[in-house]
Design a protein. Structure first.
Ligand SMILES: [Zn+2]
Ligand SMILES: [Zn+2]
Length: 237
């Protein structure tokens, strides 16, 4: 057992481990219960826009999108448990699944979508950062938290429609760092309209990145009835 494993085992004595999706008790060395693990089905997304089916968007600032699951069912439960509680198991699971999709040697580092300091204080952690950290461990890539900044906002992104999300995305800013020639893998928990990821990827390019890929834990899947799109999008995240 390595140090991390001993820590997890000891922690389990005091805080029994729970499934990252449904919350049932599970052995200390697992991330999900067998039921959730079996019902999570990998999603095949368009590698360009990250959606199923392709949404036809062109000229995106990222060159390739990776996603683990559709944002629905158990995967949605897992994301909500990351956002609401302090169960980080699903972030570790997503990091592993995404990490297994990243071609060896394709990127130099991982940059998680940042969270404002105020939100970070409220939640205690940035879930995009936790997913990025797990992915970094899996792929042997460093995680850089010094590239992007999110200015404070009173509005929660999940309360916004597509138009407002574009405005909200302007709260993301570049730091003083230069990323000349680096191939960056941006990461976030959920890809919804793409306005956050596009803004962040544009900033990374302006900072000199030679290539930007984007890894999303989950991607929202368009429902077949377009009149529901807006309410559907507004409920996410
Ligand atoms: Zn479960
Ligand atoms: Zn596409």
């Amino acid at each position: 057992m390595n140090r991390e494993a001993i820590k997890a085992w000891l922690l389990d004595l005091f805080y029994p481990n729970r499934c990252g999706c449904c919350g049932v008790f599970i052995p200390w060395d697992q991330l999900l219960c067998p039921d959730c693990a079996a019902s999570l089905q990998p999603v095949q997304v368009c590698p360009h826009c990250g959606k199923v089916p392709c949404n036809g968007q062109e000229a995106l600032p990222y060159s390739r999108v990776y996603a683990a699951y559709a944002y629905a069912d158990r995967a949605k439960d897992g994301i909500l448990s990351l956002k609401r509680g302090h169960n980080l198991n699903f972030a570790m699971h997503l990091g592993k699944v995404l990490g297994s999709q990243i071609p060896a040697g394709a990127y130099d580092c991982i940059v998680p979508v940042p969270m404002s300091r105020q939100r970070l204080r409220e939640r205690g952690y940035n879930q995009a950062e936790r997913i990025g950290a797990a992915m970094g461990t899996y792929c042997g890539l460093p995680v850089r938290k010094d590239c992007l900044i999110q200015r404070q906002s009173k509005i929660r992104q999940h309360e916004l429609g597509a138009k407002e999300r574009q405005e909200h995305a302007k709260l993301y800013e570049a730091s003083e760092q230069r990323l000349d020639g680096l191939r960056i893998l941006l990461c976030d928990d959920v890809l919804t309209t793409g306005s956050t990821a596009q803004r962040c990827a544009q900033l990374l390019r302006q900072m000199g990145a030679a290539d930007v890929g984007f890894a999303a834990g989950c991607t929202s899947i368009r429902k077949c009835r377009p009149e529901h799109d807006r309410s559907y999008q507004a409920k996410e995240k």
